[in-house]
Write a protein that binds this ligand. Structure first.
Ligand code: GLN
Length: 549
C-alpha cells in the first residue's frame, strides 16, 4: 500500500481496514508500517510533528498506524511490524561490521532494499500470516521512501504472483470548480510507474464516493480495471471503512488477483458497532487537558489518537455519543483569568490528563487535577496524569509543600515521583533512545478497588512508556491520607516476556482515591490496549462513572 501525492489521507486506516476484511474472510493477516525516517524508532520523535508514539507489548515505540493495525486486526503486534530507514541502515552496517557480506562492496542498491525484503519476509514467517500488508509511509515521488519502493519492485519481480500493489490517492473537489478531480491520481500513478510499479488496485480517497465517469477516467489513464477503482469516501467514523470497501467488493478483488477462491466475509460484530456509532445520540462530554495539539492556527489530535479511540470505544459500549474537548493546560496557569477558566471543567462529565514530557503545562494540569479531586469530577490520569495526581495529593492533602517529580525539580524536598537508579545512569550518559520503561509489565490488582471492579481479575499486564515512578519512600504517607495503591508491579520473580526480561520492582502501577466517584491514575498507558470491540476496562468504568455523575 502506497500513498499518492498527498499525505495524511488515511493510508494507515485503509491498510488496517483491508486487514480487517481479509481477517473476516478467515485469513491470518499481519501488517507492517514502513517509516522513511532516519530515526531508529518513533520514541525520539516530537508528537506534534509525527503524531502519537504507539507502544507494543514488546516495548517498540512505533508509528501510530501500528495502533490502527492492532485496533482493526484485534491482535498484538511486535517490533517486526515496524521498519524505519534508521533500522534498516543500522542492521546493514551491523552486518557489514560482522563480515556478513563476506568482504564484498556493500551498496545502497541492492543491499538496502534486500534488507527491507528480508525484514518483510521475516515478519511473515514469524507471524505465520497468509497476508502481510505493507504500508509505505510518505508519498510517491519523494526522495525518502524511494528505497522502499525499490524493495517493493524487486519483491514483485522475484515473486510476481505473491505481490499486489494498492495505491491510495486523494481526489479533491475544489470549491470553485465543484467537480471531483482525477489529475493528482493520474500524476501519482505516473510517478509510481517511474519507480517501476503499476498499481493493481486504486483506492480513491475523496469527500464523496467516486461516480462512474471518474472511475472510468482513472481506469483508462491509470491502467487499472474499472472494478479495481474503489471508493474511499469521507466517513463519520473510521470503523465504517471496512464496510464501505466491502460494498465495492474489495476483499474478493484482492483474493481473485492472488488466484484465490473468493470467500464470504463475516463483519457482523463490526456492523453492529457501526450501527451503535451511528445511532448513539446521548452525549458523554470528556475533556482532555493536554498540550500536544496546537500547531500554528491548527488543532491536531493525532498526538492522542489511542486515547481518543479508547474514549470513543468505551462510550459506544455504554451506547453514548463521545464528545471530546481539547483543553489547553496552560490556560489554567498563572494568569488573572485562570480561576475563572478552571471552573469550565465543571461542564464536563469526565476529565483526562494524558501522558507528557517536560514542564510546559504542568502547573495547569495540577490545577485541573485538584479541581477534579475536590469537585468529585470523574478523573483518569494516564502516566504523567497519574504522576501529577500524586504530586497534587502530596502537596495539598499530605501537606508536603513543594512536593514534585524530579523531572520538573531535581532539588525538591519531597521527590514523590523520581527516576530509578538505572534510569539516572542512562540520562547521565545521554542514552535516551529506547531506554524508558517500555512495553508490557505485570500489574497485580488490589481487591475491592475501582480497578478490581473494572478488570475483574487479580492480575493484568499493561504497556509502559516513562522514566519516572512513584517513589516508594512516600507510599505510606500517601496511603495514610487516603490514596490507594490499587495496582503494583509484583516483585516475586522475574517475568520473562518476549526476548527480554522485564524486571519486577515493586512499583506502583495504579493509584486511586477513596470517597470519590472515580479518581484513577495509571503509571501505564491503558489506551494502547483498547480495541473497538473490547474497550479497555478502565476506560469503560471511567465513562460509566462519567455518565452517572
Ligand atoms: N514524563 C514522565 C516520565 O517520563 C511521564 C511520561 C508519560 O506520560 N508517558 O515518566
Amino acid at each position: 500500500m502506497v500513498g499518492g501525492v498527498m499525505s495524511g489521507i488515511g493510508k494507515g486506516v485503509a491498510t488496517a481496514s483491508v486487514g480487517r476484511i481479509l481477517k473476516s474472510k478467515g485469513f491470518k493477516v499481519t501488517a507492517i508500517k514502513i517509516d522513511p525516517y532516519i530515526n531508529v524508532d518513533a520514541g525520539t520523535m516530537n508528537p506534534v510533528e509525527h503524531g502519537e508514539i504507539f507502544v507494543t507489548d514488546d516495548g517498540t515505540e512505533c508509528d501510530q498506524d501500528v495502533g490502527n493495525y492492532e485496533r482493526f486486526l484485534d491482535e498484538n503486534l511486535t517490533t517486526d511490524n515496524y521498519i524505519t530507514t534508521g533500522r534498516v541502515y543500522e542492521a546493514v552496517i551491523h552486518k557489514e561490521r560482522n563480515l556478513e557480506y563476506e568482504g564484498r562492496c556493500v551498496e545502497v542498491v541492492p543491499d538496502i532494499p534486500n534488507e527491507v525484503i528480508f525484514r518483510i519476509k521475516k515478519a511473515g514467517k514469524i507471524t505465520g500470516a497468509d497476508f502481510v500488508l505493507i504500508e509505505i509511509g510518505g508519498t510517491v515521488g519523494e526522495y525518502q521512501n524511494m528505497l522502499f519502493l525499490e524493495a517493493a519492485r524487486m519483491m514483485r519481480l522475484q515473486n510476481p504472483k505473491d505481490i499486489l500493489f494498492i495505491l491510495i490517492s486523494y481526489l479533491p473537489i475544489p470549491e470553485m470548480i465543484g467537480e471531483m478531480k482525477t489529475k493528482p491520481t493520474q500524476t501519482a500513478v505516473r510517478l509510481l510507474n517511474e519507480a517501476g510499479i503499476q498499481p493493481d488496485i486504486i483506492l480513491g480517497r475523496a469527500p464523496l464516493p467516486l461516480d462512474e465517469p471518474r472511475k472510468r477516467k482513472i481506469s483508462i489513464f491509470c491502467n487499472v480495471l474499472p472494478e479495481d477503482v474503489i471508493s474511499a469516501p469521507d466517513v463519520e467514523s473510521i470503523y465504517e471503512i471496512p464496510i464501505n470497501f466491502e460494498k465495492e467488493n474489495l476483499g474478493n478483488r484482492i483474493l481473485k488477483k492472488f488466484g484465490l477462491r473468493t470467500k464470504k466475509r463475516n463483519l457482523k460484530d463490526w456492523e453492529k458497532l457501526v450501527k451503535t456509532i451511528k445511532t448513539a445520540k446521548k452525549p458523554v462530554k470528556i475533556g482532555i487537558v493536554g498540550k500536544y495539539f496546537e500547531t500554528g492556527k491548527f488543532t491536531l489530535m493525532d498526538s492522542y489518537i489511542s486515547i481518543i479511540e479508547a474514549v470513543k470505544q468505551a462510550s459506544w459500549f455504554h451506547k453514548r455519543k463521545p464528545e471530546i474537548h481539547w483543553l489547553s493546560a496552560e490556560k489554567y496557569e498563572y494568569n488573572e483569568n485562570c480561576s475563572r477558566y478552571i471552573k469550565e471543567l465543571k461542564d464536563f462529565d469526565g476529565i483526562i490528563v494524558p501522558g507528557g514530557f517536560g514542564s510546559r503545562g504542568m502547573a495547569g494540569k495540577i490545577k485541573a487535577i485538584e479541581f477534579c479531586r475536590k469537585q468529585k469530577i470523574p478523573y483518569l490520569g494516564l502516566c504523567l496524569g497519574m504522576q501529577l495526581a500524586v504530586v497534587e495529593f502530596a502537596r495539598n492533602v499530605c501537606g508536603l509543600k513543594g512536593a514534585n517529580s524530579t523531572e520538573f525539580n531535581q532539588k525538591t524536598k519531597y521527590p514523590v515521583i523520581d527516576v530509578m537508579p538505572e534510569q539516572k545512569a542512562l540520562i547521565r550518559e545521554k542514552k535516551y533512545g529506547g531506554t524508558m520503561r517500555l512495553g508490557a509489565y505485570k500489574c497485580k490488582i488490589k481487591p475491592k478497588t475501582l480497578s478490581f471492579r473494572a478488570y475483574r481479575c487479580l492480575q493484568t499486564s499493561e504497556r509502559h512508556r516513562h522514566r519516572y515512578e512513584l517513589n516508594n519512600e512516600f507510599r505510606e504517607a500517601l496511603e495514610r491520607k487516603g490514596m490507594v495503591m490499587a495496582g503494583i508491579n509484583p516483585v516475586k520473580s522475574c517475568q520473562r516476556q518476549f526476548n527480554r526480561v522485564n524486571p519486577e520492582k515493586d512499583l506502583v502501577e495504579i493509584i486511586e482515591l477513596k470517597n470519590h466517584p472515580f479518581f484513577v491514575g495509571t503509571q501505564f498507558h491503558p489506551e494502547y490496549k483498547s480495541r473497538p470491540l473490547r474497550p479497555h476496562p478502565l476506560f469503560r468504568e471511567f465513562i460509566k462513572a462519567s455518565i452517572k455523575g
